[in-house]
Design a protein around this ligand. Structure first.
Ligand SMILES: [Mn+2]
Length: 325
C-alpha cells in the first residue's frame, strides 16, 4: 500500500482521535519526535489523525512529516489562511511583545482557532510540539469532560514560581490553584464554538492595551475560568529526576530543551523518540549549533519573562476585566 492510500480509510471513521499541533519550520524537528512518540504508544485497534496547523512550513518539512504516516495514524496539514482574528493576533504580536519574547510568534495562538476551523469534530486534543508521549493519547481523549469546555493541567510553574503566582493572582485575578497550562488540552469543541472562543480572545486583545506574560494561555484562563476541568498531572509532566510510575506525557516546557542542552532530565525519552524520525540529524545539529551565546540569550529571556511577571504582579487590581456574556 502506498503512503497515499494509507490513512484514507481513516477519514470516515467517527471514532477517530484528532490530535492537533501548531508549528512552523523551526518546530518541525521536535514536533516529529512528539508525533513519533504518539505513534509508538497508539492503540493498534484505534484510529488517530494528527492535524498540523502551520504557517511557513516548507514543502520538504511537510514531506518528511507526512512520510511518518502509519497504518492507524494519519497525518494532515492545514495552512492558516488570513482572517481578521489572525490580523488582530499579528498586530498584538508585533506591538505588544518584544522580538525576544517567547510569545511573539503567531503560531502560539493557532490553537485558539481549532474549534472554529474544524466543525467536523466535537472533541479534540491539542499538544505542544515540545511534548513526548509515554502512553496512549487515546486514553486522554476518553476522559469525560462532563459540563466543562476543556481539561488542562494546573500549571506547576505558576504554583512554584512566586513572580508567576503573583502575576496570575494580582494582574489576572485568577487563583494560582485554578490557572492551567495550555500545552496539553482536551477540548469540547462544541462548547468552545458556542462560546465563540476565538472572538472573545481577539476582542480582549483589541480592547485592552496590555502586554501579557503568556498571552494565549492567559486569555484561555480568563475566558474559560470555571469551565476547565483539572487534567491529571500525569498527562502534562515537567521533566524531573524520577518520573512518577503513571507518567503519560512529558512536556519540556519553556526552558531547558533537550535539543539545546545536555543532561536535561528525561532527555532519553526525547532522543529515543527522535531517533525514529527523519529529523534526527537535524536535531543533533541544532544541539551542536546551540552556542554559548545562544544559551546566554536563552537565560536572559527566562529572566526577562520572570521580571515582567514580577512587575505586573504589583497590580492593585486585575488589568483585564473579562465579562462572561
Ligand atoms: Mn510547551
Amino acid at each position: 500500500m502506498s503512503i497515499f492510500n494509507t490513512g484514507i480509510n481513516l477519514l470516515n471513521g467517527n471514532k477517530v482521535v484528532p490530535v492537533f499541533l501548531t508549528i512552523s519550520n523551526d518546530y518541525a524537528q521536535y514536533a516529529a519526535a512528539s508525533i513519533s512518540s504518539l505513534m509508538k504508544h497508539a492503540n493498534p485497534n484505534r484510529n488517530y489523525r494528527v492535524i498540523i496547523m502551520y504557517d511557513r512550513l516548507s514543502l520538504p518539512n511537510r514531506w518528511r512529516l507526512r512520510n511518518m504516516v502509519s497504518k492507524n495514524v494519519a497525518i494532515e496539514f492545514r495552512k492558516m489562511k488570513f482572517n481578521l482574528h489572525l490580523q488582530i493576533i499579528r498586530t498584538y504580536c508585533a506591538t505588544k511583545t518584544g522580538t525576544g519574547d517567547f510569545f511573539s510568534k503567531t503560531v502560539y495562538y493557532y490553537r485558539a482557532f481549532i474549534a472554529r476551523l474544524f466543525p467536523q469534530y466535537e472533541k479534540a486534543i491539542y499538544i505542544d510540539s515540545d511534548t513526548i508521549l509515554l502512553d496512549d493519547i487515546g486514553k486522554m481523549f476518553d476522559i469525560d469532560l462532563g459540563d466543562k469546555a476543556m481539561a488542562a493541567r494546573i500549571d506547576p510553574k505558576v504554583t512554584n514560581v512566586p513572580e508567576f503566582k503573583g502575576y496570575v493572582e494580582n494582574a489576572l485575578g485568577i487563583p494560582a490553584s485554578e490557572y492551567v497550562n495550555s500545552g496539553v488540552l482536551l477540548m469540547d469543541l462544541k462548547k468552545l464554538r458556542k462560546l465563540h472562543y476565538i472572538t472573545r480572545m481577539t476582542d480582549l486583545m483589541k480592547d485592552y492595551d496590555v502586554s501579557l506574560v503568556a498571552p494565549d494561555q492567559d486569555y484561555l484562563n480568563l475566558i474559560l475560568r470555571g469551565k476547565i476541568m483539572p487534567l491529571d498531572d500525569s498527562w502534562n509532566l515537567e521533566p524531573t529526576k524520577d518520573l512518577p510510575k503513571d507518567a503519560k506525557l512529558l512536556h519540556f516546557n519553556l526552558f531547558n530543551k533537550p535539543w539545546h542542552y545536555s543532561n536535561v532530565f528525561c532527555e532519553k525519552y526525547f532522543w529515543n523518540a527522535a531517533k525514529g524520525t527523519g529529523f534526527y540529524g537535524d536535531l543533533q545539529r541544532t544541539k551542536k549549533n546551540f552556542t554559548e551565546e545562544m544559551q546566554k540569550e536563552d537565560h536572559e529571556k527566562v529572566a526577562a519573562l520572570i521580571a515582567k511577571a514580577g512587575e505586573l504582579a504589583k497590580a492593585k487590581k486585575p488589568i483585564i476585566k473579562f465579562e462572561d456574556k
